[in-house]
Write a protein that binds this ligand. Structure first.
Ligand SMILES: *[C@@H]1O[C@H](CO)[C@@H](O)[C@H](O)[C@H]1NC(C)=O
Ligand SMILES: *[C@@H]1O[C@H](CO)[C@@H](O)[C@H](O)[C@H]1NC(C)=O
Ligand SMILES: *[C@@H]1O[C@H](CO)[C@@H](O)[C@H](O)[C@H]1NC(C)=O
Ligand SMILES: *[C@@H]1O[C@H](CO)[C@@H](O)[C@H](O)[C@H]1NC(C)=O
Length: 383
């Protein structure tokens, strides 16, 4: 085939464009192949804050929840426990596990079983207003995603949104973070750690049991139903005075078992666990928050740094059990030393001593030691 000389440059041009195009396709496929074959973990990131009542988990939940990349829910398993109040933690474990798995995958139909029939609002979810994601777009278009939200304003302006926005919002985020106090061992979570559709990372938050005990004394009524479930088998046999110590013993035992079980995990799964002592967090809020974010693959954005500084340096009492207010967190965490009678502390140390030793909380041997605030009860301890 002969082309007129005038057309030859055009042909050359077309051929060269074709070559560039083929090269582009090749590189594109090549890249694609690489990214899908070397990608070990699925997106998004799933973080479970594993803790117990009155251990600062609402605070840690807020640290995650206020991040604009995070969809956060507080205590989704509350719905399970409040549906089966005559049950035991052990018999509810599997239902709780299956619930959080579905929620991590943004399948919110799982809540159907625990809500009354008929159309729901997003406000049917327990403490929904503590989730920034449910107070900002696309769940509630009044606030943009990167605002620090306040539960009171959110309840006022966002409570009429239909339940469907929860799922829609969840799918909008790269990170799903759930906080739970209703797991009592790690074994129940093994299937989720190995689940290829999840990318589960655990933040295990512990707190000095003496501070927990002190805080629980002020929230006995709020915790009544939960405590009854925790005590279930023994409840009839126990004296009224013994009950708080028995509940603490079960909680301390389960914290210890979770910590020990991690030591037996294979190396790759150990990377999916981070232990955080609440006391370390309140002493160095910015550094420890950076550690949490780093673990979860989140950027510590400037507006969050200011906010963390604000809420940890501010004054306030934080008296409501489910509220995270500005407060002098360091002195709050020492309050038990001045207000608990030594006799109670001593008795609690008998119930929780093993866990305290393991987690680096020094036992006190006298009332004098307890009241002497220059005596540091936190062992330096590297996770
Ligand atoms: C794709 O993977 C191969 C083999 O691991 C590697 O040599 C190549 O550089 C990768 N290409 C890209 C674009 O990442
Ligand atoms: C997330 O929500 C924003 C704000 O409504 C929207 O513009 C964006 O398209 C959503 N992204 C995804 C991945 O759904
Ligand atoms: C921090 O506190 C200052 C002073 O009260 C306030 O102006 C600012 O808006 C706060 N910033 C955040 C991010 O909370
Ligand atoms: C309080 O503890 C500090 C640090 O251990 C110690 O030096 C001091 O003597 C103690 N004070 C009293 C009154 O026991």
């Amino acid at each position: 085939m002969m082309l007129p000389p005038k057309l030859r440059p055009l042909l050359l041009f077309l051929v060269s464009q074709m070559a560039v195009f083929i090269l582009f396709i090749h590189l594109y496929n090549h890249n694609n192949f690489n990214s899908s074959s070397t990608r070990e973990e699925p997106q998004p990131m799933h973080v479970l804050i594993l803790s117990s009542w009155r251990s600062g988990s609402s605070f840690v939940g807020q640290l995650f929840g206020q991040h604009p990349d995070v969809f956060y829910l507080m205590e989704p398993a509350w719905h399970v426990w409040m549906t089966f109040t005559q049950s035991t933690p052990r018999s509810l474990h599997m239902a709780v596990r299956d619930l959080i798995r579905s929620v991590f995958l943004c399948d919110m139909s799982v809540f159907d079983a625990y809500m009354k029939p008929g159309p729901q609002k997003q406000s049917s979810l327990f403490l929904w207003e503590t989730s920034r994601a449910l107070c900002t777009a696309p769940a509630c278009n009044i606030f943009p995603q990167d605002t620090i939200t306040n539960p009171d304003n959110c309840r006022l302006l966002c409570s009429q949104e239909p339940f469907e926005v929860v799922e829609k919002a969840c799918r909008n985020y790269s990170h799903v973070v759930l906080k739970e106090v209703r797991f009592f061992n790690l074994q129940v979570l093994y299937p989720l750690l190995r689940d290829p559709s999840l990318n589960l990372h655990i933040v295990h938050l512990v707190r000095d049991p003496r501070a927990v005990f002190h805080s629980r004394e002020h929230t006995t009524n709020e915790l009544m139903i939960d405590s009854q479930i925790v005590m279930r088998q023994e409840q009839q046999k126990l004296q009224e005075d013994d009950k708080p110590y028995y509940v603490m013993q079960i909680i301390c035992q389960s914290q210890l078992e979770i910590y020990k079980a991690v030591q037996t995990l294979p190396e790759d799964l150990k990377q999916r666990y981070l232990l955080m002592r609440y006391e370390d967090l309140v002493r160095k809020p910015l550094a420890q928050t950076a550690r949490l974010y780093d673990y979860a693959g989140l950027k510590f954005l400037p507006h969050l740094q200011t906010w963390v500084h604000n809420i940890t340096q501010g004054k306030g009492t934080g008296s409501h059990p489910f509220k995270t207010e500005s407060r002098d967190a360091v002195s709050t965490s020492q309050a038990w030393r001045l207000s608990l009678p030594y006799k109670k502390v001593s008795r609690l140390q008998e119930a929780c001593g093993k866990a305290m030793n393991m987690l680096g909380y020094r036992l006190i041997r006298s009332e004098q030691e307890q009241r002497n605030l220059s005596l540091d009860l936190l062992s330096t301890w590297t996770p």
